[in-house]
Write a protein that binds this ligand. Structure first.
Ligand code: SF4
Ligand code: SF4
Length: 192
């Protein structure tokens, strides 16, 4: 489904997202977009997106930041870099997608119950706390927060994997997770 929004007055537009992206390394290059559509043409996932990469950039520049940060597009991007290497204006589209994902997670504007952002958030939380990801627990959390009814349909497969010792509920943990937490906090500060 395409992103649609009508406005009555130009004053309803908000270009703060463009300003924030422009402050990031090479983010200012977004202003050079000539809307040629090459990025959308080479993107293997644009047919599933609610707005193509070209349109997403147009929306950012025109002041539809709220729609962009709540779109499915940024979560469907698989970071294949096809758009980035093909863009005639050398715009780092993939990095822009990453920045938008970070902002959507921080501001909790991502589509509710959509598995991709929920998985990203839960994975980060688990690694931040324990220093490692426990696959079985991660899957359980993902299902609980996206579609709890699906948990039951996955039970036979999960049990099979456990019986063959390819999946375990035993929590994975590093010896000093507090050190990793300090490191991750420092990275977060640098990215602000
Ligand atoms: S390929 Fe580059 S210049 Fe062309 S529409 Fe996409 S971002 Fe804009
Ligand atoms: S990096 Fe993302 S937006 Fe760019 S072509 Fe690949 S999937 Fe599409």
């Amino acid at each position: 489904m395409e992103i649609k929004r009508t406005i009555a007055y130009e004053g309803e537009l908000d270009k703060s997202l463009l300003t924030r992206l422009s402050a990031l390394p090479e983010g200012n290059l977004i202003r050079r977009c000539i809307q040629c559509g090459t990025c959308s043409g080479v993107c293997p996932l644009s047919i599933y997106m609610d707005s193509s990469p070209r349109k997403l950039i147009a929306l950012i520049r025109e002041g539809f930041g709220k729609e962009v940060l709540s779109s499915f597009t940024i979560w469907l991007c698989s970071s294949c870099y096809s758009c980035t290497v093909s863009c005639p204006q050398e715009i780092p589209i993939t990095e822009i997608m990453y920045a938008l994902k970070r902002m959507a997670l921080e501001e909790k504007t991502y589509p509710r119950r959509f598995p991709v952002p929920v998985l990203a958030r839960e994975f980060y939380r688990m690694v931040f706390k324990e220093g490692r990801n426990t696959e079985a627990l991660l899957v359980l959390r993902l299902l609980a927060k996206t579609n709890i009814l699906k948990t039951f349909s996955y039970l036979p497969m999960g049990l099979n994997l456990m019986l063959t010792r390819r999946l375990s509920l035993k929590k994975e943990k590093i010896s000093r997770p507090s050190q990793l937490r300090k490191f991750l906090e420092a990275i977060k500060e640098v990215g602000k």
